[in-house]
Design a protein around this ligand. Structure first.
Ligand SMILES: [Zn+2]
Ligand SMILES: [Zn+2]
Length: 123
């Protein structure tokens, strides 16, 4: 094997850096969402509320609003759309954050779990 030149070292170092940047960007984008309006009539067949559905899927209570920087308690399981893949997700939000305009992207707390809004049963 040939010896690593300065150029190789540079590329290796920067590829790793690019990888880390790309990965953190993906993680970050994963957590950037916006509200979906007009979902009032969409109901979950299995649970009474979407918040209940979220709680059942994660086997825990939704205590706090998921929006980064908000310390209100979670009032609803809100429909949001995720930046990265445009999928509809359910996250616990307070009433105030659930009323954020659908044009406004906002960030969720690190590690917040979402559930798909595309299926209508807990099975
Ligand atoms: Zn359910
Ligand atoms: Zn909130």
């Amino acid at each position: 094997m040939r010896r690593l030149t300065n150029v190789d070292n540079f590329l290796l170092k920067n590829n790793k850096l690019m990888y880390i940047i790309a990965l953190s960007l993906i993680i970050k984008l994963n957590m950037i969402v916006r509200n979906i309006t007009g979902t009032r009539d969409r109901s979950c067949n299995c649970c009474n509320t979407w918040k209940g559905h979220w709680e059942k899927m994660h086997n825990k209570n939704a205590r706090n609003c998921s929006r980064k920087g908000c310390s209100n308690k979670a009032d609803v399981g809100a429909h949001v759309v995720r930046t990265i893949d445009s999928t509809w997700r359910i996250v616990p939000l307070c009433h105030k954050c659930n009323r954020i305009s659908a044009n406004e992207w906002f960030e969720l707390n690190k590690g917040v779990q979402t559930v798909s809004a595309d299926h209508f049963s807990c099975e």
